[in-house]
Design a protein around this ligand. Structure first.
Ligand SMILES: CCCCC/C=C/C(=O)SCCNC(=O)CCNC(=O)[C@H](O)C(C)(C)COP(=O)(O)OP(=O)(O)OC[C@H]1O[C@@H](n2cnc3c(N)ncnc32)[C@H](O)[C@@H]1OP(=O)(O)O
Ligand SMILES: NC(=O)C1=CN([C@@H]2O[C@H](COP(=O)(O)OP(=O)(O)OC[C@H]3O[C@@H](n4cnc5c(N)ncnc54)[C@H](OP(=O)(O)O)[C@@H]3O)[C@@H](O)[C@H]2O)C=CC1
Length: 269
């Protein structure tokens, strides 16, 4: 539905682009004319994903842990050398695990805050300094989560994603002089590889929760990719600092989904 040249000759970086939502974003960006770079922590699955994506256009990859500034700087150097510029950064890499707050230890809290908040900030700062600020042009889309009304059962990621949402509002103002737009996409429950990482009782809860989603279905990776493409495209040229909820209105109905009760039933000692 987008014109096939929407991102023609633009250079797009998708973190976590080897799997799930990130893979779909990378694929769609390629089909809309972009050159795409994907990164994630391990070389082998990245290479495999890049091989699949190369059917759709010019794709590059480099292993990079978003929590490691030196690795991010090495990624920026590779992009500069091979592509000369960066137009769009999609911060999609992230993850968490279900846990009740009273059982979450420092290590678990820090792991998720480091990944989803610190890693996202490091990536934004480094790519802005390497490309967007000197270019006086850039576009950032952050994938967050449905934490509008709190995130019972995943307090760490709720806090981290709320932090990213606030970073987004701040930078939409601080970096407007550099012609940098920055927005968030907040997915509901999306049928993707990420969901497979959850324990069976939580997956059962997701199935039950479907009834409480006003649109009565889970999202598809394509639903998220479409939202990312829209926000990164010139169609959204007057939109910055927002969160676009792509969730079938789940964020208006979250308390009916029963996550804390499911967790209590299998996480309580
Ligand atoms: C209605 C709600 C809808 C929500 C829908 C959301 C869906 C998604 O987001 S799907 C995408 C999800 N993908 C993932 O979540 C990927 C899998 N997750 C992870 O990789 C981890 O959660 C991670 C992000 C924290 C990994 O970070 P890492 O630094 O590699 O952490 P470690 O594995 O070393 O663990 C550190 C520490 O964290 C605690 N911990 C980790 N996993 C769990 C777990 N499954 N359960 C309980 N605690 C966990 C633990 O304290 C770990 O330390 P050790 O005990 O010493 O291992
Ligand atoms: N699916 C869903 O229902 C929802 C998903 N989300 C978020 O959307 C994003 C994509 O999720 P989805 O595709 O479903 O899940 P996946 O688990 O398939 O994707 C997560 C990706 O992030 C990469 N990644 C994780 N940590 C790091 C890191 N420190 N550095 C670099 N890459 C990293 C992973 O690769 P590797 O492990 O090889 O590094 C993987 O490619 C995630 O942030 C997720 O939390 C939000 C709400 C709902």
């Amino acid at each position: 539905m987008f014109q096939s040249n929407t991102f023609k000759d633009q250079v797009v970086l998708v973190t976590g682009g080897r799997s799930g939502i990130g893979f779909q974003i990378a694929k769609d960006m390629l089909q809309l004319g972009a050159k795409v770079i994907i990164c994630s922590r391990k070389e082998a699955p990245l290479k495999e994903a890049a091989e699949k994506l190369s059917e759709f256009g010019v794709v590059d990859y480099q292993a990079c842990d978003i929590r490691n500034t030196e690795e991010i700087q090495a990624l920026a150097a590779m992009i500069k050398e091979k592509h000369g510029r960066l137009d769009v950064l999609v911060n999609n890499a992230g993850g968490q695990f279900p846990v009740l707050a009273e059982y979450l230890n420092d290590k678990g809290w820090n792991a998720v805050i480091n990944n989803n908040l610190n890693g996202t900030f490091y990536m934004i700062r480094e790519m802005a300094n390497a490309f967007f600020i000197p270019q006086k042009q850039g576009n950032i889309v952050n994938i967050i989560a449905d934490m509008h009304r709190g995130f019972p059962g995943m307090i760490h990621t709720g806090a981290a994603r709320a932090g990213v949402e606030n970073i987004t509002k701040t930078l939409a103002q601080e970096w407007s002089d550099f012609n940098i737009r920055i927005n968030c996409v907040a997915p509901g429950i999306i049928e993707s590889s990420g969901l497979d990482t959850y324990p069976q009782p939580v997956q059962d809860m997701f199935a039950e929760a479907k009834k409480a989603i006003p649109l009565k279905r889970f999202g598809d990776v394509k639903d998220i990719s479409n939202a990312v493409a829209f926000l990164a495209s010139p169609l959204a040229s007057y939109i910055t600092g927002i969160s676009l909820y792509v969730d079938g209105a789940q964020h208006l109905n979250y308390d009916k989904m029963g996550m804390p009760n499911v967790l209590k039933s299998f996480l309580n000692p």
